[in-house]
Design a protein around this ligand. Structure first.
Ligand SMILES: Cc1cc2nc3c(=O)[nH]c(=O)nc-3n(C[C@H](O)[C@H](O)[C@H](O)COP(=O)(O)O)c2cc1C
Length: 266
């Protein structure tokens, strides 16, 4: 990697990808790089003016990524030869989503220098939280990410993966509403009126600004992407899926996700 100033755009539903981005940031900072994180959901079409490397860190969803992240990637300004790298976290199968991301970056004139997809704990519909297994998954992911940072630094990272046809198919699917409507049918997020304290945290956290307070109750609109952030961070666990008791998972602290949400790329 030639560039010194790195801007990393992050999308993270429940915090796994944010923790991955922070691990990568720590490793790159130790190597003397300047790194700033900013949220994709607030900074569309934006990269710090002084950044000479773009990082994209996001979540695998529907073997691709969320529309919020695709919107950011699709709207990136011309790369003008800027280096770009990619990191995603998944529960088990990523579908080769780095292939379609690479395609967009190349067309826009970025120079793809490396991609990595790592396994993190699943954040969807958990019946139990196996803390020991989650910790070992996270530890393994962080150690692979630190290695990846070294590969980026030394110029030995590769843009691996992309499953021809399959990854393009999932990317096309993920750009539309169908999968997200399907997720909403399978896991219809509902607000328990007796638990909601109208604290408005979910309103502030929703990446799609899809939650509003109406008559002292959080109400979800029609643009939900099932990223689970509201479920993960609701302090009174008022957002749930009826008939499918699941244990809330969060991959980072509320402070950490809030500080990303509030940070600016400029
Ligand atoms: C709606 C939804 C769809 C998901 N789809 C996939 C998938 O297709 N493949 C996969 O391996 N993991 C999938 N996962 C699991 C997440 O990728 C994984 O837990 C990830 O680390 C969560 O990161 P985050 O907390 O930064 O959002 C999905 C999770 C959700 C909520």
């Amino acid at each position: 990697m030639k560039g010194k100033n790195i801007a990393i755009a992050v999308f993270s539903g429940t915090g796994n990808s944010l923790e991955a981005a922070r691990a990568l940031t720590a490793a790159l900072t130790e190597m003397g790089r300047g790194v700033a994180l900013f949220p994709m959901e607030r900074s569309e079409n934006h990269i710090r003016p002084d950044a000479d490397v773009l990082g994209i860190v996001t979540t695998v969803a529907c073997f691709s990524t969320y529309p919020t992240a695709w919107r950011f990637i699709d709207a990136l300004p011309p790369g003008k030869g800027r280096e770009a790298f990619f990191l995603a976290t998944m529960g088990g199968f990523g579908g080769g989503m780095q292939g379609p991301v690479r395609h967009v970056l190349t067309v826009k004139g970025y120079r793809p220098i490396g991609s990595l997809v790592v396994t993190m704990p699943g954040n969807y519909g958990n019946k139990v939280l196996d803390e020991a297994k989650n910790k070992s998954l996270k530890d393994a992911a962080v150690s692979r990410i630190r290695e990846y940072a070294r590969e980026l630094e030394e110029g030995t990272a590769r843009w691996s993966g992309g499953v021809p046809v399959v990854s393009g198919f999932f990317a096309a699917l993920a750009h539309g509403r169908k999968p997200w409507n399907m997720f909403r049918r399978i896991f219809p997020l509902t607000v328990a009126a007796e638990k909601c304290t109208a604290c408005s945290l979910c309103v502030k956290l929703c990446p799609e600004n899809n939650i509003a307070l109406e008559d002292g109750l959080a109400v979800l609109g029609g643009r939900c992407e099932s990223c689970q952030r509201c479920v993960a961070f609701c302090p009174s666990q008022a957002i749930y899926v009826p008939g499918k008791p699941s244990v809330q998972y969060r991959g980072t602290s509320l402070e950490s996700i809030m500080s990303l949400r509030n940070s600016d790329c400029s």
